[in-house]
Design a protein around this ligand. Structure first.
Ligand code: BTN
Length: 230
């Protein structure tokens, strides 16, 4: 396949994040690694990524030309890219829980992990494709085990979508498509220091929240969203 990046399929790896970085060490092109399973898959903030019955485990290692200060936006772009990729392959509607969890009917189906230093970044996407007995807060995007072709198509689709967003530059990040899929805006969110109603996402990807003491923007860290709609 003619892609502007190399694609490597592996069996079991510790984490596709590390595998993609290692594979890229011997290449000047971006590197997409897709693995059958992971023994040490990781999530944001050091969390373990739990494996469903069938999943996409994929990581893209590349040099980003975006300024380091716009790094948070790459995460949001990836959420839109992955959402579009999933909806192109599965009959589901995905929503984005700020900053970058993908949900189907309020349950998490995919996670995104962006790691790196300086220009070298590795973007990992894990998608629950099929899960007979999902954990309470999670779900999958398919009712049956996927065919092998779908895994590769999905990985190539999110990477192609993302590279398209990156080529358009940080000032053109897909804010409106992100907002159209936002699960968070309109809901009550809480974080270590407080809580409030999420109003909007700003141009830099921050979450604008109305609190009892005024309107603030959350730019980093993680908020915990409550289940109520108020
Ligand atoms: C999160 O929701 O906290 C992010 C989860 C990211 C999981 C994916 S699976 C592919 C890639 N390899 C990893 O070790 N993590 C990411």
């Amino acid at each position: 396949m003619d892609t502007p990046y190399d694609i490597v399929r592996l069996g079991t790896v510790e984490s596709t994040q590390d595998a993609a970085r290692a594979a890229r060490a011997s290449s000047t092109r971006a590197m997409l690694v897709i693995a059958d399973s992971q023994t040490k898959g990781r999530g944001r903030q050091g969390r373990v990524w739990v494996e469903p019955d069938a999943a996409l485990y994929s990581s893209l290692a590349l040099d980003s030309v975006w300024p380091v200060v716009t790094r948070a936006l790459i995460t949001l772009c990836t959420a839109v890219a992955l959402s579009d990729a999933i909806e192109g392959e599965a009959d589901v509607r995905t929503e984005i829980k700020w900053p970058n969890d993908l949900l189907v009917r309020g349950k998490k189906v995919a996670g995104i992990l962006v790691e790196g230093s300086g220009d070298e970044i590795t973007i990992g996407c894990g998608v629950n494709l099929w899960w007979r007995s999902p954990m309470d807060f999670a779900a999958a995007v398919l009712d049956d085990r996927p065919d092998d072709g779908l895994i590769e198509r999905l990985a190539i689709a999110w990477v192609d979508n993302l590279l398209g967003h990156l080529a358009r530059g940080p000032e053109n990040w897909p804010r409106q498509p992100y907002l159209d899929r936002s699960w968070t805006v309109g809901r009550t969110v809480r974080w270590d220091e407080g809580s409030g109603k999420a109003l909007d996402i700003d141009a830099a990807g921050g979450l604008i929240v109305e609190t009892p003491s005024g309107i603030i923007t959350i730019t980093a860290g993680e908020v915990h969203t409550t289940r109520s709609e108020d």
